[in-house]
Design a protein around this ligand. Sequence first.
Ligand code: URP
Ligand code: ZN
Ligand code: ZN
Ligand code: ZN
Length: 463
Amino acid sequence: MTRTLITGGLVLTAADELHADVLVDGAHVAGIAAHGSHGWSADRVIDATGTYVIPGGVDAHTHMEMPFGGTLASDTFETGTRAAAWGGTTTIVDFAIQPRGGSLQEGLDAWHAKAEGKCAIDYGFHMIMSDVNESSLKEMDRLVSLGVSSFKLFTAYPGVFLSDDGQILRAMQRAAANGGLVMTHAENGLAIDVLAEQALARGERDPRYHGEVRRALLEAEATHRVIRLSQVAGAPLYVVHVSAREALAELARARDDGLPVFGETCPQYLFLSTDNLAEPDFEGAKYVCSTPLRPAEHQAALWQGLRTNDLQVVSTDHCPFCFKGQKELGRGDFTKIPNGLPGVENRMDLLHQAVVDGHIGLRRWIEIACAAPARMFGLYPRKGTIAPGSDADIVLYDPHAEQTMSARTHHMNVDYSAYEGRRVTGRVRTVLSRGVPVIEDRVYVGHPGQGTYLPRGVPQYAN
Ligand code: URP
Ligand code: ZN
Ligand code: ZN
Ligand code: ZN
């Protein structure tokens, strides 16, 4: 067992900022103590002077190799987890998908087969329920006991993922009984499909119409509906990829009433807008995702929600499709553009930039990117913090390094960057996963299979 001592850095968790040394014994954190106050010896010493020593990021929303619109998200578990590590993320929770007409177990088996032996960092699974029926409802109990303790249901994508209100209510009732967490993609998909058809009939075919037909009101309506369904079921609720301020207002009101409802947003909603969707020459397709990007005015509300804790988590919803050959499937018909943005490598840096810009504080950065997602998805305190007994998933982060985000230098398997040319301050220097280096002084030293599967506990709700 290797003992590693990380000396001289500023140890940052969601709770503390300490000038301290961290002792790692094998795969775990063994101790934290003021520099010079201990007599620890180690096989290896990492000088962290001038850096933040932070818990590895927990990205609770990724889609590696996800099938969508006749194509597959372009990052595999191998390329996507390597890119995650480059960006300071050491845990992902990806979405296994129940095939329509099939079982949850079939979906889970398929995702295990894709990920096994491929990942550079640790990974767990949520389950997308695309067919809620007596037998899949029963299966939920077993999945929770196996460590797949969260279930995504959709009010969007009719004919693909959409569940009706009765199905959503049943899944919530089951989760209320078995301790699992229902996550929802909240947009009124049936209404959106009508508006999309009408737009196409008017000859409105460019990517920007994707944003126009997926109206903020229809996100707010569906958010309101799933909140009330969860209230009726007596179940907690986690709303994924919140982008509209009107939807956030529904969450905030419910939380003011004391309901256990939680919300996630993503960097694309904080840093990008409908201006990107309107870029000419079909470039807007690079920014097509659902929920869609909103006019820039929505960003201030989302930042406020992150400060007031009406939003608890920032995940990426990483679901990359190359511009060439994939996004291009929707040239002349925005409804055929595969939905999703790359970002698993960018999240920690963009949120650090938000600290630099004054939107959030340093500890809030760690809270929304590491600790809260770990708690929400049954991984805390193993993941999401630096504390005795925690996994030694540790990032040395240089808060002064400058970088320019670009497809030329990123490690995601996608031919564009949603943040091309953006200058940010702060960069990952070294990453340990369970005590073993994955990135060392900006050299990749990890390998596929270094990451292991994480059966998760049940969510811990921290208001
Ligand atoms: O556009 C997106 N978000 N693609 C991934 C699937 C989903 O709805 O999260
Ligand atoms: Zn020391
Ligand atoms: Zn979704
Ligand atoms: Zn998603």
